[in-house]
Design a binder for this molecule. Structure first.
Ligand code: FES
Length: 256
């Protein structure tokens, strides 16, 4: 199993479908999953369905750490990534959506393979009055659909037989203002800087931006990243990841 695969976690109480992050931050045999997904944001991603109704009598905390599950790779036939200026309610076996600046993003997957991805995109986004641009490679089961209005991107869908690899934050940044053909490319043009996946959500700062600051010597510490970029200066929850990037890319640069 690889990062971004889907895994099915199950026990006698229920089942959940979750995205995989392979990491050494948890001990072997001890899967960790966040509790914050709801029926509105990821209906098959709720881990409370795997936890017995046995809360601590004093704190009221659920018995999550005593829950045992079996894990198996979820047999998705397609994976997708979508962005939209309007809220969306996908209708597929797995989905998880979250707010982004300018709209919504969603990870999708299904076990039934649609015949027409443009029709699926129109159904997903419900934007009948918009124009559509698309590219597909049927032999490789790849498709990209960009929906635009008055030349501005309002939604996009990317699908493939494996977890979709593309510059997600770049596509999100195009929502409501970018061009459809830029979204279809799924990666940065030569004159556009790809900020990379978001590390500091409070300040909306991406990994590539942070790594560039570290590797060019503009910021060699977490504190300096705060001064130069603002990263880590609000809630602070990203500081451990910032420290990891400083160690990794600062050391690499020093060693070269
Ligand atoms: S996520 Fe970086 S300061 Fe909150």
């Amino acid at each position: 199993m690889c990062t971004a695969d889907l895994v099915e976690a199950a026990n006698d109480l229920g089942r959940a479908i979750l995205r995989v992050l392979v990491t050494d931050r948890v001990a072997p045999g001890h899967p960790f999953a966040p509790i914050h997904w709801t029926a509105e944001t990821a209906p098959t991603g709720r881990v409370d369905v795997l936890v017995a109704a046995n809360p601590d009598p004093l704190s009221g905390q659920p018995d999550s750490k005593a829950s045992t599950v079996t894990l198996g790779k979820y047999p998705a036939r397609w994976y997708g990534f979508a962005v939209s200026t309007d809220d969306i309610s996908p209708d597929c076996a797995y989905w998880a959506k979250a707010r982004v600046p300018g709209g919504w993003r969603a990870e999708l997957a299904g076990t039934a393979l649609p015949q027409d991805w443009v029709a699926e995109a129109r159904k997903l986004f419900g934007l009948a009055d918009c124009q559509v641009a698309s590219v597909s490679d049927q032999a490789r089961s790849l498709a990209r659909v960009a929906v635009h209005r008055d030349g501005r991107l309002v939604a996009a869908l990317f699908v493939g037989p494996e977890p979709v690899a593309l510059a997600r934050d770049l596509v999100i940044a195009l929502l409501g203002k970018g061009q459809a053909h830029d979204a279809l490319a799924g990666r940065a043009r030569g004159d556009v800087v790809d900020p990379g996946p978001t590390v500091c959500a409070c300040l909306n700062i991406g990994r590539n931006t942070i790594c560039e600051a570290i590797s060019t010597g503009r910021a060699r510490t977490v504190a300096a990243l705060g001064e130069v970029l603002g990263a880590g200066t609000s809630c602070g929850s990203c500081r451990p990841e910032l420290a990891g990037l400083v160690t990794r890319f600062g050391c690499r640069e020093a060693a070269e």
